[in-house]
Design a protein around this ligand. Structure first.
Ligand code: CMP
Length: 586
């Protein structure tokens, strides 16, 4: 080949096979991602010379994880998580501890070291948020209470794993791994210091992102959205998500995944988060596919023949063990069986964090190489069979609901705690809606209803116009514009009434009207006084934004100019005849 086309080949082969296998998986009523994993296995097994590109595939997969975690962050709400905290924090914590202990014990029975066992146990104890979200989306259950509990549970697991990823390098020496530049068993104070430094870095990163982010990131997005260019907006989303993830990893030693997650969290507070989610979705989809393909590529199918018993044990822990632990924990916490079953089904798989953790474990010489193969095999099989976990949960749930006595014991008598979560979640949503309403100026439809002058714009153009408005209020008697002043803005009246006084006339303008345009057009000082008559809510356009909108949308410019000309004409007349569109009540 004339030049290196490994990247193109990886894309072409990865996408094409993922497409074919995904399609057939779908025909077989399996989730398409089973097809993507298999596509990866096929590429890895039958094209050994293609292995050179697995490094590239690995990096593409990393981009997939970044975008996926960014998406999780975009939809993540601290309020929602806090509303279900009573179940997800103790639940996830207990489940991780028990599952990790069982996994560690199992591996030590195989003769692995404590460190190796611990890494394996941790890898098996968490489930993939990405896989769960896809499963919930398919069942239309993302927004249900049980769905939110399951997602919250896995988010807590993700957060715990992030902590593990951060702490593992510091603890590797003590656990018998090889630490670059250090021997086994780092001295106690050295270890504590490393831990402290690592945690301080994470805290510093979190603080910077959560304090500075909400001020800066939505502002940047707003500026970009105002250009009206979808391309630039997508580019902004991409550079913010991948950029923050990369910066977090480089500067703070925080994982890509966590960095991207935080970037998403910060943006989800902004009123543009919906647009951001829509624009980044196709990219997320594409790179998520590559993530699953590259996981398949790393898989060594011979593990099935070499270590069938180990694999069976791993699968048993993922599919049955973890589910039973979660079931018991949720029931012990006093929640209904339907909630317990949903969490159990959600947990019966492993995914992205397990691979990342396993990779790190191998890097530190803690996890033996077959550990990675076992984890990958466990992931591929458990993700494939996850659908059946949900079907089983549904069946059991249906059976319980069908018997009045069973229903009373498993559901109704345990409804009180769930009701409490319901109420908290509802309250959280109300708060979120109130916050969004306070931030929002207008919807595109409202814009046209209130200001007919914008009727000719397309919905996208209306959205861009709305982004230029700055909400402002005025009290009765407040002088909004003083005659003879230099102009700096035009105003659209959303509600309330103002009085224009010029050359002995008093003209009242109400909702849907605008004022302050004449001086902006003519470059002259203000032609009249404008005073609020009652509480007014106004939408202000600064000079720059006014000019920008007039330049961009000639049809609006013509209407505004015409009205300004009529008003000017009227002001020059000695007798008072109101201009069209204006009301005279004074
Ligand atoms: P401007 O001159 O920038 O500031 C005062 C505003 O009052 C002016 O723009 C118009 O928007 C408004 N105005 C002036 N004359 C009239 C009029 N005759 N009828 C309605 N509005 C007017």
């Amino acid at each position: 080949m004339p030049h290196d086309v490994t990247l193109i080949a990886t894309f072409a082969l990865g996408f094409a096979l993922a497409f074919v296998f995904g399609y057939f998986a779908n025909r077989l009523r399996l989730p398409p991602l089973v097809g993507y994993l298999l596509a990866g296995v096929v590429i890895g097994t039958f094209t050994p010379d293609f292995v050179a590109s697995s490094a590239i595939a690995g990096q593409l997969a990393e981009i997939g994880v970044i975008l996926l975690m960014f998406g999780v962050g975009l939809h993540f709400s601290v309020d929602d998580l806090m509303a279900v905290r009573r179940i997800v924090f103790p639940g996830a914590f207990a489940q991780i501890v028990i599952a990790t202990a069982i996994g560690t014990g199992m591996a030590m029975l195989w003769g692995w070291s404590l460190g190796g066992g611990l890494v394996l146990g941790l890898c098996l104890s968490v489930a993939s948020t990405v896989v769960l979200l896809k499963a919930l989306e398919e069942r239309n259950a993302v927004a249900t209470l049980n769905g939110r509990i399951a997602v919250g549970w896995l988010i807590v697991e993700d957060l715990a794993m992030v902590l593990v990823l951060v702490l593992l390098p510091a603890l590797a020496g003590m656990l018998g791994g090889n630490v670059p530049g250090g021997g086994h068993g780092a001295p106690e104070h050295g270890l504590l210091l490393t831990l402290a430094i690592t945690l301080a870095k994470v805290a510093a990163f979190g603080a910077i992102v959560l304090l500075v982010g909400p001020r800066v990131l939505p502002w940047i997005l707003r500026q970009v959205a105002r250009t009206g260019s979808r391309e630039l907006f997508t580019l902004a989303i991409l550079s913010l998500s991948v950029g923050i993830a990369f910066g977090a990893a480089e500067l703070f030693g925080v994982s890509f995944a966590l960095g991207a997650f935080f970037a998403g969290v910060v943006l989800n507070e902004s009123d543009l988060s919906h647009k951001a989610a829509t624009n980044s979705l196709p990219l997320q989809d594409a790179f998520a596919v590559l993530f699953f393909v590259s996981v398949g590529m790393l898989f060594d199918p011979s593990i099935v023949i070499r270590e069938p018993l180990m694999l069976a044990a791993v699968l048993l822990l993922i599919l049955v063990g973890k589910s039973l632990i979660a079931l018991a924990v949720v029931l012990l916490l006093g929640y209904p069986l339907s909630t317990a079953l949903m969490v159990s089904a959600a947990l019966a798989q492993i995914g992205e964090f397990s691979f990342i953790l396993a990779g790190l474990g191998i890097g530190y010489g803690l996890l033996p190489p077959e550990g990675l193969s076992l984890i990958l095999a466990g992931a591929i099989l458990s993700i494939t069979f996850n659908k059946f976990a949900f079907l089983g949960a549904d069946w059991l749930n249906g059976w319980v609901q069908a018997g009045p006595e069973r229903k009373r014991i498993c559901e109704d008598s345990r409804g009180a705690k769930l009701g409490l979560l319901h109420a908290e979640l509802d309250a959280a949503h109300e708060r979120a809606e109130a916050k969004a309403a306070a931030r929002k100026t207008l919807s595109p439809d409202e814009l046209v209803q209130r200001f007919p002058v914008f009727a000719q714009l397309t919905p996208e153009q209306r959205e861009v116009v709305i982004l230029h408005f700055l909400p402002q209020s005025a009290q009765p008697g407040e002088r909004i514009i003083r005659m003879g002043d230099k102009a700096d803005a035009a105003y659209f009246i959303s509600s309330g009434e103002v009085e224009v006084s010029v050359s002995g006339r008093r003209i009242h303008l109400g909702p849907g009207n605008f004022f302050g345009e004449m001086a902006l057009i003519s470059g002259q000082p203000r032609s009249a006084h404008v005073t609020a008559l009652d509480y007014c809510s106004l939408l202000k356009l600064t000079t720059r934004d006014f000019k920008e909108i007039m330049d961009r949308y000639p049809e609006i410019r013509e209407q505004v100019r015409e009205l300004a000309a009529q008003r000017g004409e009227m002001n020059r007349q000695p007798s008072a005849e109101p201009a069209p569109g204006d009301s005279r009540t004074g």
